[in-house]
Design a protein around this ligand. Sequence first.
Ligand SMILES: CC(C)(COP(=O)(O)OP(=O)(O)OC[C@H]1O[C@@H](n2cnc3c(N)ncnc32)[C@H](O)[C@@H]1OP(=O)(O)O)[C@@H](O)C(=O)NCCC(=O)NCCS
Length: 183
Amino acid sequence: MEAAPVRVHLQTPEPAHAPEFLAAVSASRPLHRPWVSPPATKAAFRAHVARCGEDNFRSLLIRRNDDEALVGLANLSAIQRGNLQSAYLGFYAFVPYAGLGYMTEGLTLVLRLAFGDLSLHRVEANVQPANTASLALVERVGFQREGFSPRYLRIGDVWRDHERWAALADEWAARAAAGRGGE
Ligand SMILES: CC(C)(COP(=O)(O)OP(=O)(O)OC[C@H]1O[C@@H](n2cnc3c(N)ncnc32)[C@H](O)[C@@H]1OP(=O)(O)O)[C@@H](O)C(=O)NCCC(=O)NCCS
């Protein structure tokens, strides 16, 4: 069976994207809260773009192929080389494009980049137990649940429990061989 065509592509954020990005963040506040706090001011977006120039950070806008609509964003942060070859994955969708499968396709492209061009071995995603949409998404794109981290991350001034999920390069390749995504 042939794989369905991918409806999105990835793009590195640039200063010129600021108005569009900030409008999307503003419109998506009810979707994002309390899970993530994306850059919400011109200065914060400028700092985010500047961070994209660092070796240990990649940020990818997820855009719809048909019309370049900004449907979401994913970050690979704390990229570590040497014997780890790992990174953390963060992500969010933008209104009105959530729930349409675009993030599933976008994160699949991000993992393809991570395990392909970036030669990573492990990508970790930490998700709050009540964040069912995010848990479903990471599982759908091939992450495995590794464990539970009490009071793992401070969000909104509270240390929040998280589930620890990871995707590994070899499992990604095995998924691809089985026709379930991957490279
Ligand atoms: C988590 C989040 C990114 C998930 O985004 P999403 O839009 O639900 O993800 P997808 O684009 O893959 O959409 C999946 C949904 O689309 C549906 N869908 C529709 N068409 C689809 C298609 N062609 N392919 C796959 N799924 C499709 C799926 O059935 C699924 O719906 P369901 O959840 O009712 O089963 C989003 O809820 C969000 O931004 N949350 C706030 C930020 C956040 O929590 N970030 C993560 C912190 S750890």
